[in-house]
Design a protein. Structure first.
Length: 116
């Protein structure tokens, strides 16, 4: 029950859904996620913390930067199913499509200080 509640909470916010979709097939630095969402760093950190607690994303630290990606190791089937459901459901959503363009631009102009 607790795992389900944690996943449901993680999926219950538009910002967290946008992060989940943006991380499909890539890793993003926190600064890139902040730019994508246009939210305060503290708000983005809270969103990422909730996604991490639910087992949906993983993080790695490289120097002073933290990079996030969709969970890949020891992922419970409920998490995998949730990720697939969200990605499939939002694949044609206008916000998701615009975010995909924005993420491409953000990654293309990635500054050296934010590279792994």
């Amino acid at each position: 029950m607790q795992r389900f509640a944690s996943i449901a909470k993680a999926l219950g916010d538009e910002g967290r859904l946008r992060v989940l979709v943006a991380l499909a097939g890539r890793e993003l630095c926190v600064c890139e996620i902040i730019e994508l969402l246009g939210l305060a760093p503290s708000t983005v950190s809270k969103h990422l913390s909730i996604l991490r607690q639910a087992g949906i994303v993983e993080a790695r630290k490289n120097g002073r930067w933290i990079y996030y990606r969709l969970a890949e190791k020891d992922v419970p089937r409920e998490v995998t199913a949730a990720i697939e459901w969200v990605r499939g459901s939002l694949s044609k959503d206008p916000v998701t499509l615009e975010d995909a363009k924005r993420v491409s631009r953000i990654v293309r102009r990635r500054v050296d200080s934010c590279r792994s």
